[in-house]
Design a protein around this ligand. Structure first.
Ligand code: BG6
Length: 453
């Protein structure tokens, strides 16, 4: 394992959408924290110069980074370089090598479509830029199991697995990390966190907006590839994993991968797909598109801990709210009069909440219970690191814990592989609703879906 800190960051796709929305704000935040002390080299084929990239960085931070901190921005500008060139040409990599100066352990971040990975990794290799380097890659990592395997093969011809950092930005989110900490740092939780006490687990990732101009990308993806295979399964992994032993670094990723392997590959009976009305009129979308903008699934985890506990995932665009929530419902006590049950609620975005619901006596003559939530954590902001800042910082110091490992990515693809494509009809739903009514069928046995506010 390459344990040296990376001493330069080259990012491919510097003039693209991801750089604009996420990478520049993350670099700016790193500068503000005093963590940006290495050259940052943007690479793209846009015919731009450094001045244009600087202007783009300012605009990005202004728009998506919560405003420009001039001191931090000056640090970023001081370290920013730009290489303009075609990814297929040797000269591009030679220019990059020159800009890397005396860097001995660069990190190369591919914020570009996976179809270019082979060209770029080969270019990095031939020019010497890949020597003692690490590679950071963006999701989507492949579009199914065979293509993910092929991408892994391509990358590994140049970069060994220990030097590969696959981003799933959900792993960089504070509330998602808190799932893991909360589960294992609290003695009261572990005895009940299993099939004896847990009745069901639900995760809803609702977004009130549509595809936001990313129609062409979305046509290639759909909700299952875009968020279920990665973000949602990572959350399931943190909720369902066995306690990681703390004696070695890979233990969390080992447990995560074990969960994915224990999830039964999904079958079309466990799936409802939906598409919001109007999606087919979006730019870049086919008028006959059958791509899903909503997916609901029922998962089975074949393990001692979770046998017979249903896990449900629901993710969609143009739903009534933007919120990601997990609801872990506990079994009912043997009291006929109790209407509700205890649950734990984890709100993962846009803000964070951890709440436990308890039943107490409703004031009055009768012995009636009411459900009340004890809020354990409830934050809107703070000195949190945004996911991309966290992940880029970790990759630079060579900490791979919050990155998707080869075996886990492939196991996650194996889970969704049988439900990719048109295996069930795509059902239309009105924007602003909770997706097709048919999705309710999946959760009938547990009394319906949880509705995040
Ligand atoms: C991205 C998906 O990975 O995650 C988007 O491509 C989605 O479609 C986004 O909107 C959600 O991320 P967040 O951090 O806003 O929940």
């Amino acid at each position: 394992m390459n344990e040296a800190r990376s001493d330069a960051l080259a990012f491919f796709g510097a003039t693209g959408d991801l750089a604009h929305k996420k990478i520049f704000p993350a670099l700016h935040a790193m500068a503000r924290r005093g963590h940006l002390n290495f050259p940052v080299i943007g690479v793209a084929k846009s015919g731009w110069g450094l001045e244009q990239l600087r202007a783009r960085a300012r605009d990005s931070i202004q728009t998506f980074g919560g405003g420009v901190d001039e001191k931090a921005f000056a640090v970023l500008i001081e370290h920013l370089r730009y290489v303009d060139g075609d990814y297929r040409e040797e000269a591009t990599y030679n220019n990059l090598r020159r800009e890397l100066g005396n860097s001995e352990h660069p990190a190369h971040y591919l914020a570009i479509p996976p179809s270019l990975f082979e060209t770029v990794t080969q270019g990095l290799d031939k020019s010497g830029c890949a020597r003692n380097a690490r590679l950071i890659v963006e999701k989507p990592f492949g579009r199914d199991l065979p293509s993910a395997r092929e991408l892994n093969r391509i990358i590994h011809t140049v970069f060994p697995e220990d030097d590969v950092y696959r981003i799933d930005h959900y792993l960089g989110k504070e509330p998602v990390q808190n799932l893991l900490l909360f589960r294992f740092a609290n003695t009261f939780l572990e005895p009940i966190w299993n099939r004896n006490y847990v009745d069901s687990v639900q995760i809803t990732m609702a977004e009130s907006f549509g595809v936001q101009g990313r129609g062409a990308f979305y046509e290639e993806a759909g909700a299952i590839r875009d968020v279920v295979q990665n973000h949602m399964l990572q959350v399931v992994g943190f909720l369902a994993m066995e306690p990681p032993v703390t004696t070695y670094h890979e233990s969390i990723r080992d447990e995560q991968a074990k969960v994915f392997r224990a999830i039964r590959p999904l079958s079309p009976q466990d799936l409802v797909r939906g598409q919001f009305k109007g999606y087919r009129k979006e730019p870049g979308v086919s008028p006959q598109s059958t791509v899903e903008t909503f997916a609901a699934v029922r998962l089975h985890i074949d393990s001692w801990r979770w046998e017979d506990v249903p896990f449900f995932i629901r993710a969609g665009k143009c739903l009534p709210v933007t919120a990601t929530e997990v609801l872990v419902t506990l079994k009912r006590p043997p009291l006929r009069k109790v209407g509700a049950t205890n649950y734990y609620r984890f709100r993962l975005g846009p803000d964070m909440t951890i709440a436990a619901a308890a039943l107490v006596k409703k004031p009055g003559e009768q012995w009636k219970s009411e459900c009340t939530e004890l809020k354990l954590v409830h934050t809107r902001e703070g000195d949190e690191m945004e996911a991309y800042e966290r992940l880029l910082s970790d990759a630079m110091i060579g900490d791979g814990m919050l990155f998707a490992r080869e075996d886990a990515v492939e196991a996650a693809w194996a889970v969704v592989q049988p439900i990719l494509g048109d295996v069930t009809p795509v059902l239309e739903y009105d924007p602003g609703t909770w997706g097709p009514r048919e999705a309710d069928r999946l959760t009938e046995e547990i009394g319906g879906w949880h509705m995040p506010q």
